[in-house]
Write a protein that binds this ligand. Structure first.
Ligand code: ADP
Ligand code: ADP
Length: 591
């Protein structure tokens, strides 16, 4: 792969004219490998591994390094690199201040399995401020924003430098569809079209998307680069394995082979809305696209903790359009299409005469009324191949995983309520695992104390296990004090917001103290233990819990039944409707 491959004179040139290439030449690999074995290492997060891959292959051209302070500052303030090139998103390598790395040192970059990926001379090490990045890049400090929550746990020092890459992150899935920018350009060129229109997606594609992408490529007389993100997307998205199976089925069966190139993009999305859309345009230019389809709410993180969208629906489109002249990537606006059942075709909303019958199914309806209810998706909405794949992977709601997260002071009643709820859920055919804070601290989190760092570690461990259980269709009840809002929000993001129920056990401190089941409050008051939540350590009550329980006026059974009803109303358990239930069922252990 050389830079000249990329500039053919036909297709749009990479941004900055040459594709960055950070791969160590084959002849030097053995020597660099030996050298790397003697260097101090840092382990990259999943996100940094994605960033490294895109840096190495030139997808972020002209950026060829983890950003230094001058780049970082200018990206935050002006969406540009220090060189003046447009670049709206920081690409940094955060490490903990105690990582023991000094400027000028060579270090080895490894993945989570300690496989060696690259070496890098550390050019700079500088502090950064998550609140400033949140404000400037994401336009919000709301901890419900997945990146705002995630950034709280990034190291506070950024290392800058140009990696020399020995090994791209290894992938074993869909190898035929994984292409570097240079390889993608070659494929696109073979189709013989100068105009390339890229479609960015993190969702399964239905017929409306098929229509829209076909119209877009016809409109510019070009080829479609179907370019789904397979790195990191929004927590809770359909996993990329499932999505790619649907894209393949579509590309193989429903598109003219000369009009489509399906390629996977190992990007770690930031869900930064408008800035992210502009970033997508820079990236797609490097892959050879001179058009990008941008619709409503591009790269949207959903809604904030007040239920409001973070960005205006067309902010992303407008921002990319503003820089089209400079970047050379034009926006193909994603016009809204509706299905006309009487004509069996799709049409743009603006062209549909008043009174015409139309049909559409929203993403929520797909999940709730079709997949969640075990009903097949209609053929006018999605191709049968796609419907079959989605049906396999998304079982009906009453078999989907859920994480029920109890939070509240010690002695509030989290364990007591979850014990009752466990029995009710088993009675209704659910498999239940309980992760009780006190119990988890005796094995999974043995040795952790009650400092903020240790509490966060404990909660994130519980959150991780919970996310795995929920992912595999189990119900997991977590009962830990979990005093910090941002950490709970991070767990929500990890588990997937649609599977996460936050239950605030809102028992007043005075009541907990009076109960003092374990005598802890008395000890804390006497000063025998310090840092006790509610006494001399903070408790941040949830702002928007799904359910708030009152344990003073309601018994554990009443509260557990209230949660059961909530789940039943949402189809998450079957046969638990309040009307069909005897008035007072005694709660006892099963035989
Ligand atoms: P946590 O798990 O929140 O630390 P526990 O469930 O271990 O709290 O302790 C709560 C204590 O309060 C138990 O001794 C329980 O019997 C008592 N209690 C009294 N009323 C209630 C109620 N309505 N709901 C839950 N627990 C209650
Ligand atoms: P966290 O969310 O803080 O990790 P856990 O639910 O894992 O909380 O553990 C809290 C339990 O540990 C409490 O029910 C209490 O019995 C006990 N505990 C001991 N020291 C403390 C403390 N300093 N603050 C809160 N709980 C404490």
């Amino acid at each position: 792969m050389t830079a000249s491959d990329a500039t053919t004179g036909r297709m749009i040139a990479p941004y900055g004219d040459q594709l960055v290439d950070l791969m160590v030449p084959a002849a030097e690999i053995d020597d660099v490998h030996d050298y790397a074995a003697r260097l101090p290492s840092i382990q990259l997060s999943e996100r940094s591994v994605c960033d490294l891959e895109l840096l190495a292959t030139g997808a972020f051209s002209p950026l060829d390094h983890f950003m230094g302070e001058a780049d970082h500052r200018r990206v935050l303030d002006e969406m540009r690199l220090a060189s003046g090139h447009l670049f709206p998103i920081p690409v940094t390598l955060p490490v903990a201040p105690d990582a023991g790395i000094t400027v000028g040192q060579d270090i080895a970059l490894r993945n989570a399995n300690n496989d060696l990926l690259a070496i890098m001379t550390v050019d700079e090490a500088y502090p950064w401020d998550p609140d400033e990045v949140a404000e400037k890049v994401f336009g919000t400090r709301d901890p419900r924003h997945p990146l705002v929550a995630e950034m709280q746990h990034w190291g506070r020092i950024n290392l800058a430098g140009r990696p020399r890459v020995l090994q791209l992150p290894r992938h074993y899935d869909f190898l035929d569809l994984r292409r570097t920018p240079a390889e993608t350009r070659r494929h696109l060129e073979e189709t013989g079209h100068r105009n390339v229109v890229a479609f960015q997606t993190r969702n399964p594609l239905h017929r409306v998307h098929e229509e829209l992408t076909k119209r877009a490529s016809a409109e510019v007389d070009g080829v479609l680069l179907l370019h789904p993100v397979v790195g990191m997307t929004k927590p809770g998205d359909v996993d990329h394995y499932t999505r790619v199976r649907t894209y393949k089925a579509l590309a193989e069966n429903y598109y003219d082979p000369d009009r489509i190139v399906l390629s996977l993009l190992p990007l770690a999305m930031r869900m930064a809305g408008p800035r992210e859309a502009l970033w997508h345009a820079v990236i797609r230019r490097n892959y050879g696209a001179n058009h990008l389809i941008v619709g409503r709410d591009h790269a949207s993180p959903g809604v904030d903790s007040q239920g409001k969208p973070y960005y205006g629906p067309y902010d992303a489109q407008e921002l990319v359009e503003r820089f089209t002249g400079e970047l050379g990537v034009r926006v193909v606006p994603f016009s809204e299409l509706l299905y006309l059942p009487d004509d069996d075709r799709y049409e743009e909303v603006s062209r549909i005469p008043d009174g015409t019958r139309t049909a559409a199914i929203s993403g929520t309806q797909v999940r709730e009324q079709y997949l969640g209810a075990g009903r097949p998706l209609p053929a006018w909405f999605t191709r049968p191949e796609v419907a079959e794949i989605l049906g396999e992977v998304y079982p009906p709601k009453h078999r989907q995983g859920i994480c029920i997260w109890f939070t509240g002071l010690s002695g509030a009643g989290k364990s007591t309520t979850s014990d009752v709820l466990t029995l009710l859920l088993i009675e209704h055919g659910r498999q239940v695992t309980v992760l009780d804070g006190d119990v988890v601290r005796t094995h999974l989190s043995q040795g952790l104390g009650f400092s903020k760092a240790d509490r966060d570690t404990n909660i994130l461990r519980i959150g991780y296990v919970a996310s795995e259980i929920a992912r595999h269709g189990g119900v997991v009840l977590c009962a830990a004090v979990s005093p910090y809002r941002a950490t709970r929000d991070e767990v929500r993001a990890l588990v997937g917001p649609e599977r996460f129920l936050e239950i605030f056990v809102d028992t007043p401190l005075g009541v907990c103290e009076e109960r003092d089941v374990k005598g802890m409050y008395a000890k804390a008051r006497r000063g025998e233990i310090t840092g006790f939540t509610g006494i001399d350590d903070p408790y941040e009550a949830p702002l928007e819990p799904e359910i708030t329980l009152d344990t003073v006026t309601h018994t554990p059974e009443q509260n557990a039944r209230r949660i059961l009803d909530f789940l039943a109303e949402r189809g998450l358990v079957r046969g638990a409707s309040p009307a069909s239930r005897p008035a007072a069922t005694p709660v006892g252990a099963p035989a």
